[in-house]
Write a protein of this length. Structure first.
Length: 678
């Protein structure tokens, strides 16, 4: 049987034992994606759009044909039936192929005898050799990798616990060591070793393992062990391993020095959430005084003015705590080392800036830096005529601030990705959930919901987590991934209300509450009220402009919507989730009767995120009115494959469009395209 190994890297062994691993990275990506989809199949269009999302459609198809040629050349003779490829669909025949990741999935849900075999197969992260492909494939890989990792580690941890209970300590120790070889800061594995050593009579080794755990967490996460680990340490030290767990103070037994302000901030976020350790703070960032590099002391006021305006703009994002003024003045006029800034101010990120006057122009430079390793995460350069400086200063600052917020968010998401999930507090769980939501994948969506639930268990009053949980339910309803629309709608409304109660002036919570009212409740006046509040609190919130544009669409104001989307693009030109919001542009163009423009605007979304069904309906309608019935019917087939119960009746009963003429226009277009009545 042909064997596909995907854990730790991609490797293929043919039935005769020879190596059949594709040489091209993207061919391996194609094979891996097919092997891991729920039914091991996908359309050619979907595969091409995922793996070659950075290319034009025809180029992507040509590249896929080359990959297919390589696969067919490898899978011959006895393995010829392992892969089925026709004009439309590609499929791995699971009855002729063994796949290690699917085996681990089966083992993790099986009895102890199956779970204890997981270390034999789980030798590293999914497709560890394919991390540089980028684009839509990278988004899919992140979600799939996180889910497979949690599943494997969960299965191994369960096996380890059962083996300890059965006093098979050697086997339990072996599994724990394997987990730590993959993830040195995995606390449950450290606890497993501590208990195995203690129960085998080696108390000294158990206590040494605790120190190994402390050092590993400090080194990799700048964190301390969680309460369960500390309690186990105390019980072993007191020779009371089988006694009921006492209620211990979290830091009672830690042989570590008092942390610096920066370490305290980092540890508060990095430590495992137990007892009160899951509480959330705002993320501290520093805006340093802008340096005047032109040499003219009379121009100092320019840099100070820009820095103050950026502080004001960033302060409107309620998840950020902006440090400035007296705290940052110590760095005035100098090119500060970001690591020193982080240590002295207790921040993870700093915004630096320079102002230079050269004749009749002013050159403004802004840089976002990581204070842990001094990396520049984002830079921006702008040139302004000095005579017009005060006329355009607000516009310049708005553009800078609008880009800084998503860049800081992305930096935090990337940081959390490098940490093991078992050490995640509520803040980390939220950051893991956000990119998964936007993958428009059922698997990633489910994992995102689990992370959000975990965040709210750790901190039930975490306003941002409530806001995102509301949005998660909204997306699940729209995509058809949550079966009970009424129940999910109630949950979306409940979490939106909780978000506003916790943070009455948070623009994200207000915008998401507005989306609930418009999309689910069709209460458009209240929706616009929430959006107006959001944008009055923070006019630099790009997502707020996009969601307010969606309400304008619902109310029959497509031109207003397009203008609001232009404001969104100005504020968020490099938004990693742009495809999601650009669907609003497609809807606006369809409602404006600009059908060809709507189809053109939708092509990148359909190619890169074919599971995102929100874009299908306006495109189908546009194609129908353009006189392209075959293309429209083809999209209807794809839509029904993703949402089997969708029909004219479902559309009419759930459409958020307020005006009957807009709903009727959509319904006629859908009928022309062949969507079933019910």
């Amino acid at each position: 049987m042909l064997r596909i190994y995907l854990l730790g890297g991609c490797r293929v062994t043919l039935s005769d034992g020879s190596d059949g691993t594709p040489r091209a990275k993207k061919t391996r990506a194609v094979l891996a994606f097919l092997a891991l989809t729920p039914d091991a199949s996908a359309t050619r269009e979907r595969v091409a759009g995922l793996v070659w999302s950075d290319r034009l459609e025809e180029q992507a198809r040509g590249s896929l044909r080359q990959a297919i040629t390589e696969l067919r050349a490898l899978f011959r003779d006895a393995d010829a039936g392992a892969l089925h490829i026709d004009r439309d669909v590609m499929r791995v025949n699971l009855d002729q192929v063994w796949i290690d990741a699917r085996e681990v999935e089966r083992m993790a849900d099986g009895p102890l005898e199956e779970k204890r075999k997981i270390p034999e197969l789980y030798r590293g992260d999914l497709l560890a050799d394919l991390s540089a492909i980028g684009g839509a494939f990278q988004d899919w890989l992140y979600g799939e990798r996180a889910w497979r990792r949690e599943q494997a580690f969960g299965g191994m941890a369960a096996a380890m616990r059962e083996l300890i209970a059965l006093r098979d300590l050697t086997a339990a120790e072996s599994i724990a060591r394997h987990m730590l070889a993959l993830e040195p800061s995995h606390e449950e594995a450290h606890r497993g070793l501590m208990e195995a050593f203690a129960r085998s009579g080696d108390k000294a080794a158990a206590l040494r393992q605790f120190q190994v755990c402390v050092d590993a967490l400090k080194r990799t996460l700048d964190a301390k062990p969680g309460q369960p680990t500390i309690q186990l340490y105390e019980r072993i030290r007191a020779d009371r391993l089988d006694a009921p767990m006492p209620e211990l103070a979290a830091a009672a037994a830690l042989p570590t020095a008092a942390p610096s302000p920066a370490t305290a901030v980092t540890a508060a976020r990095a430590a495992p959430a137990s007892a009160q350790e899951g509480q959330i703070e705002t993320l501290p960032v520093a805006v340093l005084p802008f340096r005047n590099v032109g040499g003219d002391p009379e121009q100092e006021y320019l840099g100070e003015g820009f820095a103050e305006d950026i502080v004001d703009g960033l302060s409107r994002f309620k998840w950020l705590s902006v440090i400035t003024g007296g705290s940052t003045s110590v760095f005035r006029g100098q090119e500060a080392d970001p690591r020193e800034v982080g240590r002295r101010l207790g921040v993870r990120y700093a915004i630096e800036g320079t102002v230079r006057r050269q004749g009749s122009v002013i050159r403004i430079g802004v840089r976002l830096v990581d204070c842990e390793d001094a990396r520049a995460l984002w830079t921006d350069q702008r040139t302004v005529e000095f005579a017009r400086l005060f006329d355009v200063q607000e516009e310049v600052v708005r553009g800078v601030v609008g880009q800084l917020n998503p860049k800081i968010l992305q930096a935090e998401i990337d940081r959390v990705r490098r940490r093991p999930p078992d050490n995640a507090n509520a803040y980390d769980c939220l950051l893991r959930a956000v990119p998964l939501i936007y993958q428009a994948s059922p698997t990633a969506f489910r994992t995102a919901g689990e992370f959000l639930e975990r965040a709210l268990r750790l901190d039930p009053e975490y306003g941002h987590a409530h806001a995102w949980m509301s949005f998660w339910h909204l997306m699940g309803v729209g995509q058809g991934w949550l079966a009970d629309r009424d129940k999910s709608g109630e949950a979306a409304e409940r979490h939106a209300q909780a978000a506003i109660e916790q943070n009455p002036d948070d623009p994200m919570g207000l915008s998401f509450a507005g989306h609930v009212e418009a999309f689910l409740r069709h209460n458009y006046d209240l929706a616009e009220h929430f959006h107006q509040r959001s944008l009055s609190v923070n006019p630099n919130f790009g997502w707020g402009w996009a969601l307010s544009a969606l309400v304008a669409c619902y109310r029959g104001r497509p031109q207003d919507a397009l203008e609001r989307m232009e404001r969104y693009r100005t504020l968020s030109p490099f938004d990693g989730f742009r495809y999601f919001w650009e669907t609003v542009t497609v809807i606006s163009l369809t409602l404006s009767g600009r059908y060809q423009d709507a189809v053109t605007a939708a092509q990148p979304i359909l190619r890169e995120h074919p599971n995102f069904t929100a874009v299908y309906v306006p495109v189908i309608v546009s194609m129908a009115y353009l006189g392209r019935p075959d293309d429209a019917r083809n999209l209807v087939k794809q839509l029904l494959a993703l949402q089997p119960g969708f029909s004219i009746k479902v559309y009419v009963s759930t459409s958020p469009l307020e005006r009957s003429e807009d709903r009727d226009r959509y319904a006629v277009g859908l009928r022309m395209a062949g969507l079933p009545e019910q």
